[in-house]
Design a protein around this ligand. Structure first.
Ligand SMILES: [Cu+2]
Length: 200
């Protein structure tokens, strides 16, 4: 008898929890906002930078894939920002062989020489900055910046960025650009809020 009551109670509690979770998710998704901003180096727009918001607990690693293209002897994009745990595809979409590799900082790897039309992939399980090079073409270089946050963005050529779908609130932000210390600060993310980061 007691057991039956317990079971009913557990079922009711589970149902309530389910409703609560569903309502919670719905409400939250309505409230998400985009954070727009700019990154400058002195007075000039900085085209090579990544901005991200710190989250209190390590976010679950996403099962997602992003792409670093090789076309016309160029890595595209020049800076690829990802959440830690992301797998990056490296398709050779060029007319020549490439040999993508990285060393020292970030994730060291060497994909070997591979032909046009082939794709290799690397999973970035640890946060950090990885510099990409090609063993065959010294002029090729790029960055992959892995961050422990789902809220991040690389800047565009004008130094502008948008971090999409952020729950409103106060966050610590971090901004990276090559060869400089990481910039840190606090931002209150609300509808219409903007963030401007400047390396002097
Ligand atoms: Cu190459």
């Amino acid at each position: 008898m007691l057991k039956n009551h317990n079971n009913q109670f557990v079922a009711a509690a589970a149902l309530a929890m389910l409703l609560f979770v569903q309502l919670g998710v719905e409400t939250r998704s309505l409230d998400l906002v985009g954070l727009k901003g700019t990154v400058t180096n002195g007075t000039r727009p900085e085209p090579t930078a990544v901005v991200w918001l710190e989250v209190p607990e390590a976010a679950p690693h996403p099962q997602q894939t992003k792409v670093m293209h090789q076309r016309n002897l160029t890595f595209t994009p020049h800076v690829l920002a990802i959440q830690t745990g992301t797998t990056v595809d490296f398709p050779n979409e060029d007319s020549v062989f490439h040999n993508v590799f990285s060393f020292k900082e970030g994730k060291p790897f060497d994909l070997g020489i591979y032909p046009v039309g082939a794709t290799k992939r690397v999973t970035f399980k640890v946060s950090g900055v990885t510099r990409l090079f090609c063993n065959i073409h010294p002029g090729m270089s790029a960055y992959i910046v892995a961050v422990d946050s789902p809220y991040y963005s690389a800047v565009n050529d004008d130094g502008r960025f948008t971090i999409a779908a952020v729950p409103p609130g106060t966050y610590k932000y971090h901004a990276w650009k090559p060869g400089r210390d990481i910039m840190n600060g606090t931002v209150n993310v609300q509808q219409g809020a903007t963030l401007n980061v400047t390396w002097k």
